[in-house]
Ligand binder design. Sequence first.
Ligand code: ACO
Length: 324
Amino acid sequence: MRYAKISQVAHYVPSQVITNDDLSQIMDTSDEWITSRTGIKKRHITKDESTADLASQVAKQLLEKSSLEPSSIDFILVATVTPDSTMPSTAAKVQASIGAINAFSFDLSAACSGFIFALSTAEKFIRSGIYQKGLVIGAETFSKIVDWTDRRTAVLFGDGAGGVLLETADEVHFLAESLHSDGSRGDGLTSGIVGLNSPFSVVEENLPYVIMDGRAIFDFTVRDVSKSITEIMRTTGVTADTIDYFLLHQANIRILDKMARKVGINRDKFLANMMEYGNTCAASIPILLSESVDKGIIALDGTQVILLSGFGGGLTWGSLIVRI
Ligand code: ACO
């Protein structure tokens, strides 16, 4: 039997840092409001790097850290809702930039759950026995789809990328998964709406920017995502004691506080870095994972168990329990 394991992690963010005070210069907001409602203090915003540039930096780091030739990579998956183009995909651009000549590549769109859905997909590719090595990357430049005149959304997001190298393993590392969608509630968080525009159609409006019902999304995460985390632990018999750390999508510190209480987990086990990066959508979980490895919190030696959980537009949500 063949299994998959995360054998390397990396992240990359643009160097330009925008603080809450910087934002208060261009819109009617304050450090006090943003910090108390979200926990976010700053975010990294790209000056001239694209989503593919950020993802490519992660891919290069993953190859360097693991001393692998680009030609040894079998596939590249990029989770993103902010691609630079719909054709070619971000993943195809990454493949070209690192010279992974034997890899197939595609993007996966599941908003802030994108990395979880992509990692789950990639794990099946490895487990099929057909592929041995894959890069799974979450990358976003949300700054290009945020309406910078809308203080209700503009303060929340940041740009960045993170990813993992997935390889074959002799023992099981992916212990459990639970993936969900509810398209009937999709209107609560939208972006990139492309209207019909042919001489033969009823011409529709384009709505490129993020539009969010913040309350509805807050309630969804606390109710549905907490329930799904509780269920995945119950059905797989994994207790909170068995899980070393919970790495949840980094949207809002209050969501983490409430979820920890609801699921009945010691809040210290919920890692957080949205203070530094804001909400980077599909990139947030791999950035947190990579940073936690850099800080020595996660050892990447197969001795710890973590729960990864993403949630966001779609609506989508999903969790994986992984030995790492
Ligand atoms: N600065 C100052 N005031 C603001 C700002 C701001 N940036 N944004 C909104 N306000 C004002 C509003 O205008 C409103 O004023 P009013 O009462 O005079 O009308 C007041 O603050 C309260 O607004 P609410 O939207 O009710 O604020 P709330 O307490 O709900 O917090 C927030 C908003 C932070 C977005 C919250 O709803 C939230 O965290 N929702 C979760 C959504 C989320 O994190 N989404 C990220 C993307 S989805 C995802 O990743 C899962």
